[in-house]
Design a protein around this ligand. Sequence first.
Ligand SMILES: [Zn+2]
Length: 215
Amino acid sequence: MASADPHGLDIELMMTPHAAIQSTCGAKNLSCLIWRITSINDSDDISNQYISTRCSRCAEVRRAARIDLVLRGYIPNDNIGTVFTVAGQAAVAGHENRHVLVHTLAYNEYLRPIQGTGSYATRCGRIYRPEPGEAQALLSMYLQDLRTRMTAVFVNWDNRAQAIIENEYASADNIPNPTVPNTLLFNGIKKPTKIPGDLPKYLPPDLPDCPRANP
Ligand SMILES: [Zn+2]
């Protein structure tokens, strides 16, 4: 399953040999998901903002730099009968899909509104300053500050929510391996996370003050 969302989500869950997971994600037992935010903190960030100067002394944010969230999940396809059962493999895929869903919720709550024509990106309206370029510079600083603060809130909430998903393995359903005595196979998760019911409440956004409309 792969999809590229025009608004910034890029998601792929791959079925792959276990060795590939270990080389990509480290010594994880069952599966893993890696993620990163792109377009943040790179040197083109500010110059990618489209601030229209309607005159030499006023400016407004028309489109802020795009922020993408890239998610890559890895699920082994060669562990059936040695690490998990067929049902266990499906449970692992469900677990990774819940990680993805939580990242998506966090993205929509905190990152989508600060990019493009998002409500937080454009909320300051038109700014005027007598010094040429000053209004534009103030909005550039606003957007930079907005990204810093909201990315922190995103990470804060997302980490808490992902930890709840991760804790699903505390309720692992393991069954005796029929072919290797005294070993177990992972067969499922007894208490999968309910989304959104089991997730933490959203944190409030951390918005910088807008520059005053006039000096
Ligand atoms: Zn996990």
